[in-house]
Design a protein around this ligand. Structure first.
Ligand SMILES: Nc1ncnc2c1ncn2[C@@H]1O[C@H](COP(=O)(O)OP(=O)(O)OP(=O)(O)O)[C@@H](O)[C@H]1O
Ligand SMILES: [Mg+2]
Length: 275
């Protein structure tokens, strides 16, 4: 069933692709474009090779998705970019310097399963944590920081929940709070790992709206996702992985039958034949 639904989603995508490609071009100042340069990145977990020789560029002003099957190394690539797992080869540069030396420019929301939802913090506490890098732990938050946090909470529609412990919120509300924390960081680079898992439609809409606003503001927005359904049409650029880079470039360049066949080990062809 899982594979049938995958094929159905793919067909839906292919039908919609033509309709929305006209909206895809965005006006950005190309002179101001910055990029993360990922060169020859490999990652090993003990003896297991999780990623091999990944080369790609993540540009500002674009919404970029990392796609691929379970265990493809999507989260590993994001963690390698952020220095959260050591690379066994290669480098990740931003503006000609190692990105790991400029992590104050990055906001990262990890995969849901990696967040401790029992941690005794309110919505306000979580979002204010996003201001720590700007303010420092030992100094009290400025009026500016409070206003930035307030605006971020408002942007994701969580103003009424400021005093709520995060553990008491729905999955969608929790994801919106972490999005607000990322916004409060006022970063240049935004990284989200599977932000659409376990959330409601309203939250998905809010998250994509914010992603598009960030891209329009010429930020780098990098999102791990696995859903090949219609939501993929929100992405400008894709990085398609399966332990190594299968394809990268614009959504239209990457989403070919051949690339999907390679990434998903032939499952697309199999169900295409069966249809
Ligand atoms: N900390 C770890 N120690 C050992 N192996 C790991 C570790 N983290 C990931 N792996 C392995 O590395 C491979 C890639 O994992 P990763 O979590 O990056 O994949 P993914 O594409 O994000 O998968 P998913 O869609 O399930 O989130 C998998 O085989 C996984 O089991
Ligand atoms: Mg993952």
């Amino acid at each position: 069933m899982q594979n049938v639904s995958f094929y159905q989603k793919l067909s839906l995508f292919q039908r919609q692709e033509g309709q929305i490609s006209a909206q895809a071009s965005k006006t950005i100042d190309m002179n101001a474009t910055t990029a993360i340069n990922i060169a020859h990145v490999g990652v090993h977990y003990r003896t297991q090779e999780a990623l091999r020789d990944v080369n790609c560029i993540v540009k500002s002003g674009r919404l970029t998705g990392i796609f691929g099957p379970n265990g493809a190394g999507k989260s590993t690539l994001m963690k390698a970019i952020l220095g959260l797992v050591p690379v066994s080869s290669g480098s990740v540069l931003y503006q000609n310097k190692f990105l790991t030396q400029q992590l104050e420019k990055v906001a990262y929301v990890p995969q849901r399963s990696q967040i401790d939802w029992t941690y005794p913090a309110t919505v306000w506490d979580v979002v204010m944590m996003g201001r720590v890098k700007k303010t420092g732990w030992l100094r009290s938050f400025s009026a500016v920081s409070r206003q930035v946090a307030k605006n971020a909470i408002e942007r994701v529609g969580m103003s009424e929940y400021g005093d709520r412990p995060i553990g008491e919120l729905s999955g969608g509300q929790q994801q919106r709070v972490f999005l607000a924390r990322a916004l409060a960081q006022q970063a240049d680079i935004f990284c989200f790992d599977e932000p659409f898992v376990g959330i409601d439609q309203k939250t998905q809409t809010v998250i994509f709206e914010v992603f598009h606003e960030l891209a329009a503001a010429n930020k780098i927005v990098l999102v791990v996702n696995h859903d090949l359904g219609e939501s993929i049409t929100h992405f400008d650029d894709l990085i398609l992985l399966n332990r190594e880079l299968i394809a990268t470039g614009s959504r239209q360049q990457v989403l070919t039958e051949e690339n999907l066949h390679l990434a998903y080990n032939g499952k697309v062809m199999y169900f295409s034949d069966a249809a």
